[in-house]
Ligand binder design. Structure first.
Ligand code: ACO
Length: 431
């Protein structure tokens, strides 16, 4: 028998169906609440609101589970790579040999950027934040494919496979070009024989007179970072992409908005903030003890960055994988970085501290990802850019769900708390 939830308002009982997901999680379908009763639900920050039904990613934040299309993140991280996971997330199934070969070829075939776009980079001052450049350039990219960016749902969907590979490929080139432009260095063209990650590093770090060649170890480490960021259900940037898509906007415009949402320090920008925090702890000669004490003050600006998560009340499984990976990368490169030692120490202190234990604050994906990116030579202001490259498959898959689904425009309600009706006072009569 189907389950029902009852809500009593002013003595009247209203009944709402209970929806059960495939992993057993439950929600109350309150869509008719307002028409039934005149009431809306209030849930600041949507902390307890299911904004959609989705088939892409499952998270159990209480036990630290993350799965894409039913596959455990630990298995994907151990046995797959970023491009294969991108395919899985977008198309719902692991690709066979032919499918993955064709997907990789399409990505490679789209690696270069239209020559006219080169001029757009000249319009940014060198001091520009790369996330601002990336967002603007992704939106502009749609102008080069007007038949794929029409805001006509059927037409945009008809070209979705091409648009998806264009975005996965070109977001990487645009990121590398932003890096080169900021340094005043010439743009470097992609190479046919290089893997996705090695090509990114080549486009960033090669010079016309000297090739940068990524070792297989570095290629694997970057692959892991991107793979672990590929999707994470209804986070701030993905919800933004869905919100923009719900108004009928094309994929290019929607992911461009996703980049802006990702930029903030409470979301993707946290990976930059973590390294800044670790470096300042190191500079001040603290072993982390003083910083952890200050982080307990309740002052938002003193928070332990890379700790805590809206959904995980358990160790973030991505952080666990990256923690082990960063130790391996450092050992294999024979690197010594005090920042990794401080991170491990901070985690050790926090894991025994009542404040962090009772609030269930554990390291999140950003805590160790920056340490790996730093060891590869990625500059700190490009950490969030790399997060955006990694998150592109998730944004595309979520855009696709909106475009192929039946949901109407996303338009939350509010509880108004401003002034009630007031009489307009002409300027000359105002005090
Ligand atoms: N350091 C110290 N205290 C913290 C931290 C932290 N990093 N995170 C949360 N708290 C405390 C809060 O002060 C609050 O304490 P109180 O109950 O005494 O008031 C309690 O824990 C709950 O905090 P909220 O802000 O309500 O938790 P919320 O779920 O809204 O926030 C968030 C999650 C934004 C990630 C938060 O933990 C945070 O700011 N972390 C640091 C930034 C960060 O790492 N962001 C990356 C998130 S992962 C991602 O986007 C990829």
């Amino acid at each position: 028998m189907s389950e029902t939830a009852c809500l009593t308002i002013d003595g009247k009982v209203h009944k709402y169906p209970v929806i059960t997901g495939t992993e057993g999680e439950k929600g109350i379908d309150i869509r008719s609440l307002r028409s039934d009763s005149g009431y809306i639900t209030y849930d600041d920050g949507y902390a307890n609101t299911g904004s959609c039904m989705s088939r892409i990613t499952f998270i159990d934040g209480e036990t630290g589970i993350l799965r894409h299309r039913g596959y455990a993140i630990e298995e994907l991280a151990a046995g797959s790579d970023f491009i294969e996971v991108a395919y899985l997330i977008i198309y719902g199934e692991l690709p066979n040999r032919d499918q993955i070969a064709s997907f990789r070829n399409l990505i490679l075939g789209n690696a270069a950027i239209h020559q006219s776009m080169f001029h757009s980079f000249a319009g940014f001052p060198a001091s520009s934040h790369p996330m601002a450049i990336l967002s603007a350039m992704l939106n502009s990219l749609g102008c080069y494919y007007p038949h794929m960016a029409t805001n006509n749902r059927e037409q945009d969907l008809e070209h979705l496979d091409d648009a998806a590979t264009i975005l996965i490929s070109k977001v990487r080139a645009l990121a590398a070009m932003a890096y080169r432009m900021k340094l005043g260095r010439p743009f470097i063209y992609p190479r046919g024989q290089l893997s996705y990650c090695s090509n990114l590093l080549h486009m960033m770090f090669s010079e016309p007179y000297a090739d940068y060649t990524a070792s297989s170890r570095v290629d694997r480490a970057l692959n892991l970072v991107l793979l672990l960021h590929a999707d994470h259900e209804q986070n701030c940037s993905t919800s933004t992409v869905r919100m923009v898509a719900s108004g009928g906007a094309n994929l290019f415009a929607s992911v461009s908005a996703g980049v802006c949402a990702l930029w903030g320090p409470a979301h993707g920008g946290a990976n930059m903030a973590v390294i800044e925090m670790l470096e300042s702890i190191h500079k001040e000669g603290d072993d982390g003890t003083r910083f952890v004490e200050a982080a307990k003050s309740g002052d938002r600006s003193k928070r332990l960055m890379g700790f805590g998560h809206r959904v995980y009340k358990h160790y973030d499984p991505r952080a666990q994988i990256l923690k082990e990976a960063s130790k391996k990368v450092f050992a294999s490169m024979r690197l010594q970085d005090p920042v990794l030692d401080i991170a491990l120490k901070l985690e050790e202190i926090a894991s025994h501290d009542e404040y962090f234990i009772t609030r269930k604050l554990y390291p999140n994906v950003d805590f160790y990802s920056g340490i790996i990116m730093r060891s590869i030579g990625i500059p700190i202001d490009f950490f969030t850019v790399l997060f955006a490259i990694g998150r592109m498959p998730g944004w595309i898959a979520n855009w696709k769900e909106i475009a192929t689904g039946k949901s109407s425009i996303h338009r939350p309600r509010q509880i108004y708390t401003g002034s009630t009706l007031r009489k307009f006072v002409p300027l000359e009569e105002r005090l």
